[in-house]
Each structure stands twice: as C-alpha cells, then as structure tokens.
Write a protein that binds this ligand. Structure first.
Ligand SMILES: [Zn+2]
Length: 515
C-alpha cells in the first residue's frame, strides 16, 4: 500500500472562505483537533500576511507535536524570514512557497517573463533551504500553465532543494483525466522527479475537487491538500474527509492509505462547521446529517436484515455516535471535567469552574444535558468571549400582536462603561438589532440569520448564527441561550466584536508597517 500524506489547509485556504474570520483560540482548537485526526501536515496560515496570522501560526507550531506545521509564503526574502520566525518552534518546520506559472498570471498579475519567474523561484527555494529542512514549492495556476514550462521550472526548483512539488488547480478548471495526465507528464519529463513527493491541490468550482485529487493519487501524487468539509475560496477546496474515506473504502482499487484516525472525522467536521459558521449540507458525503439515514422502505428493510445491503460506510467508522452521554442536575464538577475531556476539549481550571456555573444554571432549567449542549456551553466559555469588547448585560423585549415591538438593551463596552439604548422594529429580532446598532454607534448590515436548536425537546438551547457587514468587513457570529432572543442578541454582539477585533488588528498592522 502506498502512503498518502494528508495536508490540511482548513486554517489557510479554508479560512479564506467569504465571511470566515477565526480568532486565535478557535484556530488553536481546530489545530489540536487536526492533530487528533492525525493529518500529516497542518497549513496554519500565511505568517507575513498580518500580525494576527503570524501569532496564530507561531502558537500552532509550538502547540502541535505530532504533525508538521507549515505556512504559506511568497517568493520574498522578508516573507521567508517571517515564516521561519513563526514556524521554527514546530516539530517539523516546513515552508510552502508559491508563484504563478500560467501565462495569464505571469503576464497580467506578476508582469514577469517566464525566465524571471524561474530565476525568482530558484533563488527563493535556495534561500528557504537555509532555514527549512522541508520546502514545498507550488506552481500557482499550474493547470493552465504550459506543460513544458512547468517541467522546466520544476526541474530547476528541485535542483535548488525543493522537497515537495505541488500542482494546484487554483481556479478549479481541470478534469480528472487531464489532471492525472499532468502528473504522468511531469513524472516522465522532469529528470529529477524521483527526489520529491508530488502533491495535489484542487478547488471545487466545477464540483470535481475530490475526484481530481483521487485522479492525482492514481497518477503518482503522494500528498493531497484540502480542507475539512471542503470549505475554502469560492466553491471551496477538496474535502479531505471524503478523500480519506474513499481511499479507505476503496483500498482494493486505490491501493493507497492515509494515517488518519477516521473515527475523529465527525467531530472535526462539527468543530470546523461550528467555529466557521459554515453549515454542512444534510446530503453531504461522509459527514452530512443524512449521509447514513435510510428513508426508502425497501432500503430500511435491507439494512435491518443486513447492514451492508445498502450501507457501504458504517457511521461508526467516521465517529458518528448513536448514543450520547447525558449529564444532569446532580452531576458534579468531576463528572463534567471527565466528559469535557472525553469530548476532546482542553480547558483550564478557571474555564472549568466557569463552565460548571453555566452548567448548573442550565441544569436547573433543562433536565438532561447532552453532549451537544455541553459543546455549546464550552464554545461560549472558550471562544465567544471577547473580553476587550462589548458584553451583554441585559435585554428586555416587548412583543404583542397589536403592539410595536420594542427592545431595551444594556451593554458594557471594553472599558466597562454601561451603554443603554431602546428602539423599535417590525419584529422582536429587528427591534433588538436596531437597539444594538444604536449601542455600537455604527451601521451594521445583517446578511444572514439562522436559528437552530442544539438538541431536541422544548427546553432545548437555541443557537443563532448571523453574518454581518460593517464597513468593508464581513464576518459571522454565534450565540447560545435558552431564549431565542437572548441567543440572537449574543450572536449579533459576537459578530460585531469580531469586526472590531479585525479592525484593531488592521490598525496594529499599519503601525507595524509604518515602523
Ligand atoms: Zn487553494
């Protein structure tokens, strides 16, 4: 069996999805989970892009012990220096260099001749090799590049010391057969190709990212890049969980394997979906809610008699659990801590204490606290607090079928000042959001609003997801509470706090740039 390396770029390409802005805590949590999933390489960000990116990459490199951590870099010495500073504390530092090789990109974007592109690529790889034992080089827009040129530049960067060559289908244009042919062509036309491992990186604009990645594996790629749930630029990247499960279920055909712990797939998928606010379609392969639901009577009958009649993947394989543990009013701190650890979260003593208070409050109102409830509480405790920005003190909303809905809100700002406002709206949520907008003193555009119950039952927790735009920044937010209006308020505040966090980071970057 050939070993295929899984290169996860959820935190770099995935984070480039429209409206996704993860904070440091959230990125670290995803990185820890990717380590549990046993991906081989985590691309943690683009260290030279911003101070926030640099910090995130550095902390992830220092935290993760059993995967290699990498960062993206342009072919610029200062980018490479910054990347080394961010990555040097990692278990197996590697650099991901990229430059475009297609005529369209070289002429219009880079304004460089093909010779200049080769020269810059060679210089940068040599420079990077001073620091990094492993240097991956990517030919951006490889699939629209001329193959002889691609072979030529790859030959040169391998001579310069590159150890992994990535062939991205940056714009999601290629078909499986063509993509496979590129790999075969390179294996036949790059004389030193045996020295490196070949990597595939596909986008899903035509819905072919996963099949293209699998075609690359059939034609000699030993690394595939992608994201959890296939999130990413535009239509997204190849969904890693689908590739891994396809290789596993059809190992008779592909004769290749990964080192992933497939049982961690569902948890990873849920975590990424919740933290990014990107919903998983119910019919999505491997991780969709309906992926294991048999609806037709004939199918149900077959599955009851013998599962494999209609079920090629067992839910257990990817970690879908049918029974979830329940905690209640009488569960103690110890039981709570155990369950939190079993769910895979690491919380400090202080966080556990805070969580325990919230847990007890909820247990007074709700009989059974399920794993999903607990995860929602952990999220609130761990990720949803922006201590330096707005906090909700109280809300009051009046609604009646013959009344104008009115809301009163009290917030605390980052300096601890109280802000109180009131406003009306056509509905309760609008009244609430109009009031909050007054508190923020800045226009907020609501782009999306979603509400769901965390688990079943009338006493379930409500979870609200919003997407907002403030000035030119688009971001999402979430809030959890037993009451839908409180959850709505929290989600809105969470989203706006993220905007302020991004603005603060931008200002810091400008200061750094000016120094
Ligand atoms: Zn990409």
């Amino acid at each position: 069996m050939r070993k295929i390396n899984i290169f996860d770029t959820t935190l770099r390409d995935g984070e480039q999805s429209a409206g996704v802005n993860l904070n440091l805590q959230e990125k670290l949590e995803i990185a820890r989970q990717l380590e549990r999933l046993r991906v081989d390489i985590i691309e943690a960000g683009f260290p030279a892009a911003s101070k926030g990116d640099f910090q995130a990459v550095k902390q992830i490199a220092e935290t993760v012990k059993t995967c290699s951590v990498t960062g993206l870099s342009r072919l610029v010495q200062s980018d490479i220096d910054t990347a080394w500073e961010a990555l040097k504390g990692g278990a197996e530092p590697r650099l991901h260099l990229f430059i475009a090789t297609s005529p369209i990109h070289m002429i219009h974007k880079l304004r460089m001749t093909p010779e200049q592109v080769i020269e810059t690529a060679v210089e940068s790889v040599k420079y990077a090799k001073r620091y990094f034992p492993i240097v991956q080089w990517s030919a951006e827009d490889a699939c629209r590049s001329e193959l002889p040129f691609l072979a030529k530049i790859i030959t040169e960067v391998i001579k310069a010391g590159a150890t992994v060559i990535n062939i991205p289908d940056t714009v999601g244009y290629i078909t499986p057969k063509e993509y496979g042919n590129i790999f075969t062509f390179l294996r036949n036309n790059v004389p030193n190709i045996e020295k490196v491992s070949l990597s595939a990186h596909c986008h899903d604009d035509l819905g072919m990212a996963v099949v293209n990645s699998l075609a690359a594996i059939e034609h000699g790629a030993t690394q595939v890049e992608g994201t959890i749930n296939g999130i990413g630029e535009r239509a997204g990247n190849a969904a890693l969980e689908e590739i891994a499960v396809a290789l596993y279920i059809r190992k008779d055909y592909y004769q290749a394997e990964t080192r992933l712990n497939l049982q961690e797939i569902k948890r990873t998928s849920n975590l990424v979906s919740k933290l990014t606010g990107m919903v998983i379609p119910p019919n999505k392969a491997v991780v969709g809610k309906n992926a294991f639901a048999h609806e037709s009577g004939i199918h149900q009958d077959g599955v009851l008699k013998e599962k494999t009649t209609y079920e090629i993947i067992s839910p257990e394989l990817v970690g879908v659990q049918s029974n979830s543990m329940v905690l209640g009013k009488h569960s103690g701190r110890h039981a709570l801590r155990n369950r939190v650890e079993e769910l895979g979260y690491t919380l400090s003593d202080e966080e556990i204490n805070q969580l325990f208070v919230r847990f007890k409050e909820l247990a007074d109102k709700k009989k059974d606290i399920t794993d999903d409830d607990l995860v929602a509480l952990i999220f609130e405790e761990k990720f949803d607090h922006f201590k330096d920005f707005y906090q909700l003190s109280s809300i009051q909303v009046q609604y009646g079928t013959n009344q104008i809905p009115t809301a009163v809100v009290v917030l605390k700002d980052g300096e601890g000042n109280e802000i109180q406002e009131a406003a009306t709206g056509a509905g309760s949520v609008e009244a609430l959001y109009n009031t909050l907008e007054r508190c923020f003193k800045t226009p907020v555009t609501l782009l999306d609003y979603r509400i769901e119950s965390v688990s079943g039952g009338r006493d379930a927790l409500a979870q609200v997801f919003v997407k907002v735009r403030v000035n030119d920044i688009e971001t999402s937010g979430r809030g959890t509470a037993q009451d839908v209006l409180e959850a709505s308020a929290k989600a809105y505040i969470n989203a706006v706090n993220r905007v302020f966090m991004i603005e603060t980071m931008r200002m810091e970057n400008q200061k750094v740039a000016m120094q």
